[in-house]
Design a protein around this ligand. Structure first.
Ligand SMILES: Cc1ncc(COP(=O)(O)O)c(C=O)c1O
Length: 388
């Protein structure tokens, strides 16, 4: 079942779930919280019980000033929202989304999560780890991207989770193999690359409301600008809609890390529109609200030749990410975001800027034995040294 039409899906399921409730399956791991309060349900009480949701995230995640980064950026006034700490199982920006998405899979009685992503995809790793922890079988079809140290670790983490890994190769063969995997899976639930449809992206509307509570408590100033890597635009869209719900004038900047076809204004506007429609249907009072314009920008300068491809600035930023922020420095997400933050920070010296940290700092267990732990199609990704 495609992860596309959440509204229709929620309608058909008569989907339910609420703050503090857990889904149909017991959490099989002590790393999953038993409950938590969702700011989104506090803001829109009608919504609780009308959308599937189960707790997975350890939130609120800290928001901290990052003094260490000031020398690198050449300015102060930069804060970090530590979504890298959103779960000790595997943090990052999929956890809040999976609270909705995997609850939906549970409601529908799915047994197998089928997903697609690049060799180094964090979405695949998150699907594998959270899916297995909740008792699903997981099949991931992986398309080729430049292999890196981070990519090798991601593959070994995926293998250690017990997920079935299928080498997809190019985009066309990956699509074909994903369809084949869906056909033979037991009660499949399909998760699109990036998991960026309306229902899961509510997780980042909620995250923005969480930040607002932290600002109200005096833990951080209200940022003028928030920087977040943008792959499929879902995190950016959720934060931007969240800022509009709050009436904040904050500009959310997506640092594009994928090709323009995957991350562009039209897609982000579409994602915002689908979330608004979903909210209006599930919480009719939301439909009567007058929201200010949603403010977001996409910065296209950091991506270089493409998804996962190195650029001189991102290669230089890799060790800085590790040293200054403490999350893995890798070329696809964290290094490009940091390199972009430096440029944007210098262009807007008077603004308070917040970097939304989206890559897990929890490092999952890796399968032992290297390439031997994976199907033979992956062997070539473990040959020789990698440059970055
Ligand atoms: C670490 C990290 N940051 C940012 C992104 C981009 O998120 P989105 O697809 O919501 O734009 C991803 C997506 O996979 C990610 O893994």
């Amino acid at each position: 079942m495609p992860d596309g039409d959440d509204e229709e899906r929620a309608d058909r399921a008569g989907a339910v779930g609420s703050a503090g409730s857990s889904g149909a399956r017991p959490a099989a791991s002590p790393t999953l919280p038993a409950s938590r309060e969702l700011p989104l349900f506090a803001e829109l009480p009608e919504l609780a019980g009308q959308v599937p949701w189960r707790p997975l995230a350890h939130a609120p995640t800290p928001v901290v000033p990052c003094g260490a980064i000031e020398g690198y950026l050449g300015r102060g006034g930069v804060w970090i929202k530590r979504d890298d700490l959103s779960s000790p199982l595997y943090g990052g920006n999929k956890v809040r989304r999976f609270e909705f998405l995997l609850a939906d899979a549970e409601r529908r009685g799915a047994r197998t999560l089928v997903t697609v992503g690049g060799l180094a995809s964090t979405q695949v790793t998150a699907t594998a780890l959270f899916g297995r922890a909740l008792g699903f079988a997981v099949t991931a079809v992986l398309f080729d991207q430049p292999i890196s140290r981070f990519g090798r670790s991601a593959l070994l983490a995926d293998a250690a989770s017990g997920a079935e890994l299928v080498h997809g190769g190019g985009y066309a063969t990956t699509a074909f193999r994903a369809i084949r995997a869906l056909r033979r899976a037991d009660r499949p639930y399909f998760i699109l690359p990036g998991a960026s449809s309306a229902l899961p992206c509510l997780g980042y509307v909620d995250a923005m409301l969480e930040l607002a509570e932290q600002v109200r408590r005096g833990e951080a100033p209200r940022p003028d600008r928030i920087i977040v890597p943008s792959g499929t635009g879902g995190t950016l869209a959720g934060l931007a809609l969240g800022a509009a719900v709050l009436g904040w004038p904050t500009t959310i900047v997506g640092v594009r890390i994928t090709d323009r076809i995957a991350s562009n204004r039209t897609i982000v506007r579409y994602e915002i529109g689908s979330m608004k429609r979903l909210l209006a249907r599930r919480a009719p009072r939301f439909a009567r609200r007058r929201l200010p314009p949603v403010r977001f920008e996409i910065d296209h300068r950091a991506v270089g030749p493409g998804y996962g491809m190195p650029t001189p600035a991102s290669l230089a930023a890799i060790p800085e990410v590790e040293r200054l922020i403490g999350v893995p420095g890798e070329v696809t997400y964290s290094a490009k975001a940091l390199a972009a933050l430096r440029g944007i920070g210098q262009e807007h010296p008077r603004e308070t800027i917040l970097l939304w940290q989206t890559l897990s700092s929890a490092r999952p267990a890796l399968a032992e034995g290297g390439a031997a732990a994976l199907p033979p199609g992956f062997a070539r990704f473990f040959e020789g040294d990698v440059a970055f």
